[in-house]
Design a protein around this ligand. Structure first.
Ligand SMILES: [Ca+2]
Ligand SMILES: [Ca+2]
Ligand SMILES: [Ca+2]
Length: 514
């Protein structure tokens, strides 16, 4: 009996330590989120301040962002591919970084237009509350309270955010790693051989809990570039699979041979060569050598090139992405070929002239990937802020995977443990009355685990969160079961009860990891 009690106490202590540690992690992530949104508050720009003055608790949420009033857009680039941009970058692109401010109206969504037409001040925010600017059936106010965009009919309060999982660099490093030497063949720029290391995309998708319903992935870079990859082999040239093997083979991509020509070598034929053979991993190789890669060539999320971490991408003044890291999709050639001359070169009378039909895998090797969407999105779910948080992820060396994955229960439906080891229950009901309230930790970790309901933070109920009712069955004290509290990336189910009848003091009955 005494032994059992001691074991229980030790276990409870471990849970408490986990909770403290988790709370610190949560605090960290809150700080990071704050940084990501700070960037859009342009100098001399008051519109975002007008919004957060009226909706104070929306500061730092996805609505505290360009995307509240501005839309993203897409254009077709010179190679015929569609490039989709997030709202910030679309605005920069359309107005040429503010040089053509008369074009800014073209980037405004219906909510942004209504705000402008109603005076572009704080009272305009309130005045347009009852409107349904984007005509999706919910008023602007209802959408804002539910954290859905009032200027996008694609985002509505009834949709849930798709499941997601965020990976840090150390989490990626903890997954199985793969190293491969390969040709990066471009159509229009120079070619090169290099050794890339990183996580095979199949391993990454399995770790994220890819669903049976998934058929492909779309990867996004923060400059607006996106690229689709099917999971399984597809014969179309621009389709590079990321999960299955080549048909009837036990490898994902075919083994390659090393192709060297003095004429192509940019070092020994300066000014006329088109392939860079200077990578350390090229040394000792000769033309025609079989390239040996342990476990074969794969589609990977690369973190290193020739042993060196990839440079983080930055956006240059002319709206171009510079750098390839911290993470780059690397897909090998499906049909092995030597490096061919650039299509832009006038000098095609060479050993390997540009050949439209050869495999130009480098064009599908997206640089500075921050987001991977696993397609198709499960029914009833919406995109997360896919194109908006990209630069922040690069700065933090993070990547987010969302969509058709098990992932984690989205925060929208999970209560987050705060830095005071307290939490807010935004949608409580008691005898038909709905409200929100903050519970603050009042105990000490050595002998008790008590919370106080803080009456100072009594708020209107937020219906986007799961409703939690007080249970008062018979003589037992009223209790509350919180189905999901997120702390440090883990979800817990917590039950509290109220030994007194004042509904202020609450003690922990159980805490279980979900
Ligand atoms: Ca609406
Ligand atoms: Ca909407
Ligand atoms: Ca080439």
């Amino acid at each position: 009996m005494g032994q059992a009690k001691k074991r229980l106490e030790i276990r409870l202590k471990n849970v408490r330590l986990t909770v403290i540690f988790a709370a610190m992690l949560v605090l960290f992530s809150i700080i990071n989120i704050g940084n990501s949104y700070a960037a859009y508050h342009h100098e001399g720009e008051h519109d975002s301040g007008n919004f957060t003055a009226i909706y104070q608790d929306k500061a730092g949420t996805k609505l505290d962002h360009c995307g509240l009033c501005h839309t993203g857009g897409s254009y077709t680039n010179s190679t015929g591919k569609s490039v989709t941009m997030g709202s910030c970058q679309w605005c920069h692109y359309t107005t040429d970084y503010g040089k053509q401010n008369d074009k800014i109206d073209q980037t405004m969504n219906a909510y942004g237009k209504a705000y402008k037409d109603n005076g572009r001040n704080q009272s305009a925010i309130t005045r347009i509350d009852p409107l349904d600017s984007d005509e999706d059936g919910s008023t602007n106010r209802d959408e804002i309270l539910a954290n859905s965009f009032p200027g996008s009919d694609k985002d509505t309060p009834s949709l849930k955010m798709a499941n997601y999982k965020v990976y840090s660099k150390s989490e990626l490093e903890a997954l199985p790693q793969h190293t491969q030497f390969l040709l990066m063949n471009t159509s229009r720029s120079g070619d090169f051989y290099a050794e890339y290391s990183g996580v095979p995309l199949k391993e990454l998708l399995d770790d994220a809990g890819i669903l049976e319903s998934a058929t492909g992935i779309t990867v996004f870079a923060p400059d607006g570039w996106s690229q689709y990859h099917p999971l399984y082999y597809d014969e179309k040239a621009e389709m590079y699979h990321v999960y299955g093997n080549m048909p009837e083979q036990d490898y994902q991509y075919p083994p390659a041979t090393y192709s060297y020509a003095l004429q192509a070598d940019t070092t020994l034929s300066p000014g006329t060569g088109w392939c860079d053979y200077t990578a350390p991993s090229c040394s000792g190789r000769s033309h025609g050598d079989l390239i040996s890669v342990q476990n074969g060539l794969k589609a990977i999320l690369a973190m290193k090139r020739d042993g060196v971490s990839l440079d983080s991408g930055i956006l240059t003044d002319d709206n171009k992405l510079d750098g390839e890291g911290p993470y780059r999709i690397i897909v090998p050639q499906k049909v092995v070929s030597p490096p061919d001359q650039s299509s832009k070169s006038d000098n095609q009378n060479v050993e390997w002239p540009y050949n439209y039909d050869w495999d130009h895998n480098a064009g599908a090797a997206t640089r500075s990937v921050t987001i991977i969407r696993v397609d198709p999105l499960p029914e009833g779910t919406t995109d997360i802020d896919i194109l908006e948080a990209g630069w922040n992820y690069i700065d933090n060396s993070q990547i987010i995977i969302y969509g058709a994955i098990e992932g984690e229960t989205p925060q929208k439906n999970c209560i987050v443990l705060g830095d005071d080891i307290g939490f807010t229950l935004p949608n409580l009901t008691l005898s038909g009355v709905k409200f929100g309230i903050h519970f603050k930790y009042m105990g000490n970790f050595d002998n008790n685990f008590n919370f106080k309901a803080e009456l100072g933070t009594f708020t209107e109920a937020d219906s986007t969160f799961e409703e939690i009712g007080f249970s008062q069955d018979g003589a037992s004290p009223p209790s509350l079961t919180i189905p999901c509290i997120t702390a440090g990336g883990k979800n817990y189910k917590v039950t509290l009860n109220c030994p007194s009848s004042n509904f202020i003091d609450w003690t922990l009955v159980s805490i279980n990891e979900k």
